[in-house]
Design a protein around this ligand. Structure first.
Ligand code: AMP
Length: 280
């Protein structure tokens, strides 16, 4: 991978990287199209497909995570992807013969809350693997999805802090008709859970409605949380993991919610955990 990337660099051909865990859907394909617009016809697009064990907690869904490499490859070919990088664990984590993989990358500010609080080792795995993918593919551009808003911010912070010369862009969340954010994990939902999974997006819209129905477009966080939690409780399959309102740049939580405050939530349906976010 790195040899090819170095050849591209020497030839002056820009690389755009789209990191994924596979089981590709329209959300991923929209990132690939955005990468093409960024890099142009002269540039090349690399899609990485790698289910990174380091970012899964011990009790999480690593073994049941959807895998569909054959269809993913066909989809990437259809979308004009130049190279798919789908390494094995052995290649990613034992690349120094006889030596353990003992180096990690940790972002220690904005990765502490929400996904980081709920999944303590998660972002360490994400920053480590994305840093490795950057070193392997030497991209000038990398595209991430707004669906994982905190992840994109953590990666941008990492690249800035470590002086990695990659321009990061964030493409909008692609949704199903009822508002559910597309996700590889959605196929694990039972029909009743799939029906109720629209509650994530609905909650964001409900928060917008409540905020803008308020005088001065300002609302106390406790009041808004109570309202949204009540809304979620109407769906018997849904179990709220977290619901947060925060400054979109600093990720600090807010007491007073105003236009521009960001909302994010995670909700379990059985064992399946879904996330969503949006600007209010
Ligand atoms: P994943 O394969 O779930 O790790 O996601 C790979 C990339 O695709 C990440 O940058 C995600 O944020 C992005 N992504 C996943 N789902 C969507 C979606 N529904 N809309 C936009 N981007 C997405």
């Amino acid at each position: 991978m790195q040899k090819w990337a170095l050849e591209m660099k020497r030839a002056g051909i820009p690389v755009a990287l789209v990191p994924t865990m596979g089981a590709l859907h329209q959300g991923h394909y929209s990132l690939i199209r955005s990468a093409r617009r960024t890099v142009g016809e002269q540039g090349v697009i690399v899609v990485s497909i790698y289910i990174n064990p380091m970012q899964f907690g011990a009790c999480e869904d690593l073994t049941s995570y959807p895998r569909n490499l054959k269809e993913d490859l066909a989809g990437c070919r259809r979308e004009g992807v130049d190279l798919v990088f789908a390494p094995r664990d052995k290649a990613m984590y034992a690349n120094c013969p006889g030596q353990a993989h003992s180096t990690v990358v940790i972002e220690s500010d904005i990765s502490r809350t929400m996904e980081g609080a709920s999944r303590p080792e998660h972002f360490k795995g994400v920053t480590t693997v994305v840093c490795k993918l950057f070193m392997l593919t030497l991209p000038e551009f990398a595209v991430f999805g707004a669906k994982d808003y905190q992840q994109a911010a953590v990666i941008r912070r990492m690249a800035g802090n470590l002086n990695i010369p990659v321009k990061i862009s964030v493409a909008p969340t692609v949704r199903e008709k009822d508002g559910l954010a597309m996700s590889s994990r959605n196929i694990h939902l039972k029909p009743i859970q799939r029906q109720q999974a629209k509650v994530l997006h609905e909650s964001i819209q409900e928060a917008r409605k409540l905020l803008h129905g308020h005088q001065k477009h300002e609302i106390n966080v406790r009041q808004l949380k109570k309202n949204i939690e009540k809304h979620i409780q109407r769906y018997d399959e849904a179990r709220l993991d977290y619901l947060e309102f925060f400054d979109p740049n600093t990720f600090k939580t807010r007491n007073m919610i105003r236009t521009g405050t960001h909302m994010a939530l995670a909700v379990y349906f059985g064992k399946t955990r879904l996330i969503d976010n949006g600007r209010l």
